[in-house]
Design a protein around this ligand. Structure first.
Ligand code: ZN
Length: 582
């Protein structure tokens, strides 16, 4: 399924302008609205899930445009929101819904510019259901004016919400991270992959000198008294969880970058001024990182807008064109900032290519994680590549298949599904696939997965949705063979394939063992006294060796497989941490 940035029709522009809201002002502490805020109210399970089962009331809806206005009371930690969604549907309907956390108090709901009476809408459990006395034709605008204390994450970005932090100087430092729970934690939206707005406009009002950095392009700022409103716009389709607020007394570094494709676009880093030197060093890493992705995968997808990084109080998140960075300039021996590189990888794997169901989240995280060893190899060669890969190999759980082929919410993936395996095991599956296919066919397949074509150039592609089967079809096409057996074992089964190596007096026999005896003709390199032989492994294979010969299976670590040494190490770590706890 393809996403397309459908231009607003003149009808929807008309409807939109009918309902274009005026900016809301912050009520002072004596207004009834602020008094109705219930800071301790819990978000409902419906609000806390993202994706998964789709409500009947929003099954047929899409979002043409989201117009989001925000202002804040930083002392009381209250968010004031005013959202207008231009919704579309193939046929008229009298009841439809969007999602919004019940922690917010609704001030007004408007449909096509008309304020709705209270009995025309309800938000009992996080689904804001609008019922009209007659059929509503689409596109239609729904405006929701609301305020409240949004959910505060316990441990962002793994837990979602709005963070109200302070800088070292005691200034407000606000950030949102809602990947796990969804956009409805701070704005009314359709909290599903298909709920992505084709276009988003944000007006964020903050007291000076705070700066509001978000997705897309800064159109202008407007001052009113002590406040400044930042008007941002993104004309690209946008993951709903990728729309992010970042507010702090930021400084900004910007440079123009000319890519290997010849186009020029701005790179911007919004940072806290406390560590200027470190901020500059991080910013200086960007050009080479971008060139790596453009060489290996294809053009930077959002060159019409910007490459954006923003310093956040949480570790990081792939917010499109405003990637959250909170790694505190930590160094490791890879020679680059892995966190920035990982989040930036999601501009390709997550934002340009988006899974059409969270069940396929490994397409975001497996590729996003594989990009760190691949970048280490690009910068420093094979040793750096395998050091990173080996670090990732240690923690695989293999308790659930990476892909279950069911409709999954993101929470399902983490709590009932493969969880962390979508990262490191995903990366190892990709590493193994690269070995099976060879670099040419492999990288061509990855490019087609990301862009829907093998010859992407600036201007000839749009963001797309894809799933695991799309990738398998692409791989089979470019490898000119059927690799279904590969994916059946690595993605659709939990257990890793196991290689049995049996030494006899004058020979050694290799055989693959898989769950349910799935076919697994994985070619295998074998080193005998340093001389490498490749076995096609269509069946078990024996080689003549004496009992004194040194035999190593897969000496170049090409194949992900069950290995007892990793299990022993994992068990030892677990035992050790249990002892420490006592
Ligand atoms: Zn990631």
């Amino acid at each position: 399924m393809k996403k397309s940035a459908i231009a607003l029709s003149c009808v929807s522009v008309f409807l939109f302008s009918c309902a274009a809201p005026k900016s809301i002002t912050q009520p002072d502490s004596t207004t009834p609205l602020a008094q109705t805020v219930k800071p301790n109210e819990l978000s409902t399970p419906y609000t806390l899930k993202t994706g998964g089962e789709i409500s009947e009331h929003q099954k047929h809806l899409t979002v043409d445009k989201a117009l989001l206005r925000f202002s804040f009371d930083f002392d009381k930690e209250i968010l004031f929101g005013d959202t207008t969604l231009t919704l579309n549907a193939s046929k008229p309907q009298s009841t439809f819904s969007v999602d919004l956390d019940t922690r917010f108090t609704l001030q007004d709901v408007w449909l096509n510019g008309e304020r709705l009476p209270n009995d025309r809408y309800s938000n009992k459990y996080g689904e804001l259901i609008v019922s009209s006395s007659s059929l509503v034709a689409f596109p239609a605008t729904l405006r929701v004016v609301y305020s409240g204390h949004p959910r505060t994450p316990i441990r962002a970005p793994w837990d979602g919400g709005v963070m109200w932090e302070k800088t070292a100087e005691g200034q407000p430092w606000l950030a949102t991270a809602v990947q796990g729970e969804g956009c409805d934690l701070f704005w009314p939206c359709i909290d599903q992959p298909f709920g992505e707005p084709n276009e988003t406009e944000l007006y964020i009002t903050v007291p000076k000198p705070l700066v509001a950095a978000t997705n897309g392009v800064l159109i202008n700022t407007h001052d009113e008294g002590d406040n400044r409103t930042y008007h941002w716009q993104t004309k690209s389709v946008h993951n709903t969880y990728g729309i992010a607020l970042n507010i702090a007394p930021y400084k900004q570094m910007t440079t123009q970058f000319t890519s290997i494709y010849g186009n020029t676009y701005p790179l911007t880093y919004y940072y806290l001024p406390e560590k200027e030197d470190k901020a500059k060093a991080l910013f200086d890493e960007l050009p080479e990182m971008i060139t790596f992705f453009e060489r290996m995968i294809g053009p930077y997808p959002f060159a019409d807008e910007k490459v954006g990084i923003v310093q956040t109080p949480h570790l990081g998140m792939e917010h499109q064109t405003i990637n959250a960075y909170g790694n505190q300039y930590r160094k490791d021996d890879g020679g680059y900032d892995w966190l920035m590189q990982h989040e930036f990888a999601h501009e390709w794997f997550g934002n340009q290519l988006t899974n059409d169901n969270w069940d396929h989240m490994w397409l975001h995280e497996g590729f996003g994680t594989y990009m760190q060893p691949l970048y280490a190899q690009y910068l420093h060669g094979n040793e750096a590549y395998f050091v990173k890969l080996n670090a990732q190999r240690k923690g695989l759980a293999n308790a659930h298949p990476i892909v279950s082929n069911t409709l999954m919410s993101e929470e399902d993936v983490y709590e009932k599904g493969p969880a962390g395996d979508i990262y490191a095991k995903g990366a190892w599956v990709i590493h193994t696939l690269r070995g099976v296919m060879g670099d040419d066919a492999f990288f061509r397949s990855v490019t087609e997965l990301v862009y829907g074509r093998t010859d992407p150039k600036p201007g000839n592609f749009k963001p797309i949705f894809a799933n695991t089967q799309d990738f398998i079809d692409i791989v089979n096409k470019h490898s000119e063979s059927n690799l279904d057996w590969f994916f059946d074992v690595y993605l659709f089964s939990a257990a890793l394939p196991e290689l049995t190596m049996t030494r006899h007096k004058d020979s050694v026999t290799f055989a693959w063992k898989t769950d349910n005896n799935l076919p697994f003709p994985m070619p295998l390199e074998v080193s005998i006294n340093g001389k490498i032989t490749e076995l096609d492994m269509q069946t078990a294979f024996s080689l003549p060796v004496s009992q004194f010969d040194t035999v190593i299976a897969d000496p170049n670590s090409k194949v992900l497989r069950y290995e007892q040494r990793y299990e022993d190490y994992k068990a030892w770590i677990k035992e050790n941490s249990n002892t420490k706890k006592k």
